[in-house]
Design a protein around this ligand. Structure first.
Ligand SMILES: [Zn+2]
Length: 165
């Protein structure tokens, strides 16, 4: 893989069908965060017992560090992903989402890839942990889809961006 110079808007202009799935570019805003924390509602999502927050916008250079979308996106089985709420009853998901009352689910574009972290513990003992895109994952599942396209990162990609709480 070679690194492509340029602004976010110039990168991956060839998005379209990737891994057999229609895929649109990810747009991140500078206030989007992910918490590695303990939460009464969602459970223990810490990293090795420690709490952090990550600003997802900081990950853009990592996500852009490839020539094409197909180089960086992985086709992942949705059942292999732990996301906050994955173990909750349907009565608190989707249109009834416990975090947003359903508006983020209804407004989401499931063709935009989510961001996953691999190789870390998570409440479900799953292979991947979702950093961004849980409403899109649930939307894909509600469409009876089995797979989605995701950015897959590991700890070495993100550790310098972790902010202790
Ligand atoms: Zn929600």
């Amino acid at each position: 893989m070679t690194k492509k110079e340029g602004l976010w808007d110039d990168v991956f202009e060839d998005f379209g069908v990737v891994n057999g799935m229609l895929t649109r570019p990810l747009g991140l805003l500078d206030y989007q965060t992910h918490y590695f924390n303990v939460d009464e509602y969602y459970g223990d999502w810490r990293l090795d017992g420690k709490e952090y927050v990550i600003n997802l916008y900081d990950l853009m250079p990592v996500l852009n560090d490839c020539e094409t979308a197909a180089d960086v996106l992985c086709k992942v089985n949705l059942n292999d992903i732990a996301w906050k709420g994955f173990d909750h009853d349907k009565s608190s998901l989707g249109d009834y989402c416990g975090c947003c009352g359903g508006y983020r689910f209804r407004d989401c574009d499931a063709t935009i890839p989510g961001i996953l972290l691999e190789g870390v513990q998570n409440p479900g003992g799953k292979y991947y942990r979702c950093l961004d895109g849980k409403h899109r994952i649930y939307a894909l599942m509600s469409y009876q889809m089995q797979y989605g396209n995701f950015y897959v990162l590991n700890m070495s990609d993100i550790e310098k961006y972790l902010i202790p709480l």
